[in-house]
Write a protein that binds this ligand. Structure first.
Ligand SMILES: [Mg+2]
Length: 269
């Protein structure tokens, strides 16, 4: 026996989807809050999309992009403000304080997580149906990933907060690889901690070396808190959606190895 099992995050590890998720969020925000987004100039839209790249390390689940888009608008347009936090707020401050800001705006905007998730998914579905190549083209796999997935001799699982159908479509189209549905754990399949527990318990995985690659430090810290997951090798991908501050912090945590993209590609093979 022996061999390696890789549990891989999707966005920020395999795929740079920031352009797509920001544009989808803007489309969805216009549907959800039409009066607030009415008359917004294309310059302001460009500024919002630009800031979304800066704020991307905050996003754990896609619907949060919608919240960020609206909050950025409230920062710029006082008359659009319906939350108590936007006055004097900056993108830098959002980056610092997002875990505190998020529950406040959800409450003050009277929004429900599941409704935003459904809306975000349906906007993507519509974009995919109307213009598949445009939607695919707004995403890209990081350099070397397509070959690494194609030629890997390891057991590969995708563990993502994205809805499975989108991860599946992107891997098929961009890497030319089909990953069987039972190897993609997407939104709604439980937390990443739960998924890793499931994977390590499967009889066919006994004796394998376990590796989990993520770009979100908070997720790795959740794994470290679980003694049952002590057997996993944990990696933070430097190329993904994390900040310099988070990479520094990760360097001080013995359990976590920082990984460069080129090293990751060759590890998978
Ligand atoms: Mg990620």
């Amino acid at each position: 026996m022996g061999g390696d099992l890789y549990a891989l995050d999707f966005d920020g590890v395999l795929c740079d989807s920031c352009g797509e998720s920001s544009l989808s969020a803007l489309k969805a925000a216009k549907i959800r809050w039409p009066t607030i987004f009415e008359g917004v100039s294309s310059e302001l839209e460009d500024w919002i999309i630009d800031q979304m790249h800066f704020l991307r390390p905050l996003v754990e689940t896609g619907y949060e992009n919608l919240l960020l888009v609206r909050l950025l608008l409230e920062i710029q347009i006082p008359s659009a403000r319906r939350s108590s936090v936007a006055d004097g707020l900056t993108p830098e401050a959002i980056l610092e304080k997002w875990p505190e800001l998020k529950p406040v705006i959800m409450k003050e905007w009277n929004e429900a997580r599941n409704e935003l998730i459904d809306l975000f998914g349906s906007v993507r579905d519509e974009w995919m149906n109307e213009d598949l190549s445009g939607w695919i083209g707004a995403n890209r796999l990081y350099p070397g990933i397509a070959d690494a997935l194609r030629f890997s001799s390891s057991h590969i699982y995708i563990v993502t907060t994205k809805q499975c159908r989108f991860a599946d479509a992107l891997i098929k189209e961009l890497a030319g690889v089909t990953i069987p549905p039972e190897k993609i754990y997407g939104l709604g399949t439980g937390s990443k901690v739960e998924v890793l527990k499931k994977l390590q318990a499967m009889p066919q995985h006994q004796g394998l070396k376990l590796h989990f690659v993520e770009d979100r430090l908070a997720t790795l810290k959740n794994v470290i808190k679980e003694p049952a997951l002590d057997g996993w090798n944990l990696y933070l991908g430097r190329w993904g959606y994390n900040t310099e501050k988070e990479r520094k912090e990760a360097e001080s945590i013995p359990r976590i190895q920082l990984l460069d993209l080129s090293v990751f590609g060759s590890k998978l093979k």
